[in-house]
Structure formats: C-alpha cells, structure tokens
Write a protein that binds this ligand. Sequence first.
Ligand code: DGL
Length: 259
Amino acid sequence: MQQPIGIFDSGVGGTSIWKEIQKMLPNEDVVYLADSLNAPYGTKSKEEILRLSIKNTELLLEKGCKLIVVACNTATTNAIDYLRTTYEVPFVGIEPAIKPATLQTKTKKVGILATKGTLSSSLFHNTTKLYAAGITVIEQQGKGLVELIEAGRTDSSEMKELLQSYVNPMLEKDIDCLVLGCTHYPYLIPLLKEIVPSEINIIDSGEAVARQTMALLKKNKLLNVSNTAIAHKFYTNSPTKVLHSLVAGPNVEISYLDF
Ligand code: DGL
C-alpha cells in the first residue's frame, strides 16, 4: 500500500528511529512530525502527554498514514494504550530495552536513563517487574538532556558534564548495561563512549522498533509494493535548523508547519 508510515516524537529524537526504519524499509514513504514546540514531553503530566499524542496522531491520519510509529518512549508509555483502542490504524511503540539488558548483564545491575514521564509510567513499572526479577535496575532521569539536543547543543561541554553527573553514579554501582530509554539519547552515544568504559553495553531500541514496524506492515498487508519514488516528509513546529542537521537524503523534505 502506497500510503506513508507516520512517525511522531516530542521533537527531533524520533529521527534516530526513522534512520532504522528507512534502512530496513527503503521502499516506504514517511511523514514525520517533530513536536519540538512542546518538547520536552518528559516533564509533562500524563494528561498533557496524552493530549499531545492525540493531536499528533490525528494530524498523521489527516495526512493519510497507514501505520503510526510513536517514536517517543514518553508518549508510548503514557498514551499508546489509548491510541490503540481509539484509532483503527496499527501503532508501533517504543519502550526502554529493559528485557535485552537483563539478558545481557553479568553484574546483574542495569542502568536506565530516561525521562521522568517514562520512569513514572505504569507501563515501564510493569515491564521492569516482568523482566528484571533478580536484577537491580538503577533509574536515572535525564533532566535537561532533551532540551540541549533540541537546541542543537548535543556536543557541548555542558552536555558532557550533565551526562557525567548522571552516568558516573550508575557506574559506581557496578552497572554493565546502560539502557537509553529516550529516542533523543542515541545522539549522545559518541559522548557517552568518551565517558563510560568500553565494556559497558549501551542499549537502545531503534532496531527493534524498525523490525516491529516491518512485521506489522507485513501482517496487515500494508507494505508498499509499487515502484514509485519515495518521499520522506518532515514537519516541525519550530525552526528547522536542528532537524536539518540530523536528517538528510535525496528524498528528504523538511518544512515548518503550525500544529
Ligand atoms: N524522545 C522522547 C522520548 O523518547 C523525549 C521525551 C521528551 O520530550 O522529554 O521519551
């Protein structure tokens, strides 16, 4: 089916998921919404996160999307149950990769860096309870990280200091896996590699989300089998500069949209 896949995030972070999706599904059109005007979602109430998720979903549906990827841990953990029961299209969500971390850890200690909204959600608590029996999960809120990424200050000394202050206490507690529970955080991997010893596994969920997107498209017979030119349309309700620095390609179009 030639309709696009819809992707939304509180801002530019979900482009880390888009990268995995377009690698795995090069024949699919994409419409991406970066709700940067309302970033961060992670400090907002559940009601507000739900309201913003509904707004984004309805805009993607207006644009004819056949499946929606909620490329935001905070929106997934707070809103995906409602979205799935309210709209007919299939939804793919993203949750912190607690399960793979619990399978890989040897020290039985896993660190997770995520937003307040994700860490306080019942979905996150249930997943942790389900998979992390006998494992110590050390939670850390990534206060301020999303704001710096949205401002284009990913590679700044301020970012490095903030990251050190979050990660060093987890390292002192002997973690050997660090779960990145926010789609903005894969952009911090180069900096994290300067901070954490090389034996620490840094785990994110991007590839798993792309695999699940492919599986759901197949299951629902929604794959694009035509040979038409592919378009990746990005819309942001903030200045486009940071988005331009993160996504590029022959079929990529980035525009400002008031939403
Ligand atoms: N990318 C969002 C996530 O995965 C960022 C949340 C925020 O805006 O605080 O949680």
